[in-house]
Design a protein around this ligand. Structure first.
Ligand SMILES: [Zn+2]
Length: 217
């Protein structure tokens, strides 16, 4: 039995559904070798499924496990335990959601829609970049921030990217964003990224919800 003290503030909209979604996201990230559940106070608990252990996890699953474990045992500079908190953005649309692309460093908010979207980012051998890599990245950033190890976004983001590559098995590079214009009309933003050296574009609408992902220039 492993207990991760990762507090999740459930959204006001459909908290039960968000709870199910978050639990499924974590369990699926371990290919159900680990079962995740949230307590009523939002702490994440994990337990290995029958016959499973650290030894049966893949390298990527183990990397995700390590991130959760580090977050769950976080301490501040004075050595006091810190609960790393994430807040789920719940509404399907709206201003709040338009601020959060996957996660928002300053507020600790995450958007389950973006993470569940699975990005369609696949190198041939890894079709699930992947929910665990994206979720783990956000958790690691918040861990760095809330424990006081990194206070600025840049520093936290760069170490989170390093952890992410272990969780996805791929190297990712940020390439910035530009307007997504179709027939003279603005539809949102295109985020350009590189995965293992290949360029891909993530198209988001005005709420920063992912609409599609395409390899390209
Ligand atoms: Zn980041």
């Amino acid at each position: 039995m492993v207990i991760v003290l990762l507090l999740l503030m459930l959204g006001q909209g459909k908290p039960a559904k968000n709870k199910d979604r978050f639990e499924a996201l974590v369990s699926n990230s371990f290919n159900n070798k680990i079962n995740a559940s949230l307590t009523t106070t939002g702490a994440l608990k994990m337990s290995f499924a029958k016959g499973q252990s650290l030894e049966t996890l893949t390298r990527e699953e183990k990397a995700f496990y390590n991130v959760l474990n580090q977050a769950s045992t976080a301490t501040d500079r004075a050595g006091r335990a810190v609960d790393v908190e994430l807040k789920v953005v719940f509404s399907p649309q709206g201003h709040e959601k338009s601020l959060v692309m996957i996660g928002q460093y300053a507020t600790g908010k995450i958007d389950l829609d973006d993470i569940e979207n699975n990005f369609g980012i696949n190198s041939e051998d890894n079709t699930e970049l992947t929910q665990k890599a994206l979720l783990g990245h956000e958790i690691y950033e918040q861990y760095m921030k809330q424990s006081g190890m990194a206070l600025r976004y840049r520093g936290a983001h760069s170490v989170a990217l390093f952890e992410e590559s272990k969780m996805s098995g791929m190297e990712r590079e940020d390439g910035g964003s530009r307007d997504w214009v179709v027939a003279g009309k603005s539809k949102g933003l295109i985020y350009t990224q590189k995965l293992d050296g290949k360029t891909f574009n993530i198209y988001t609408d005005k709420y920063k919800n992912i609409q599609k992902v395409e390899y390209g220039n």
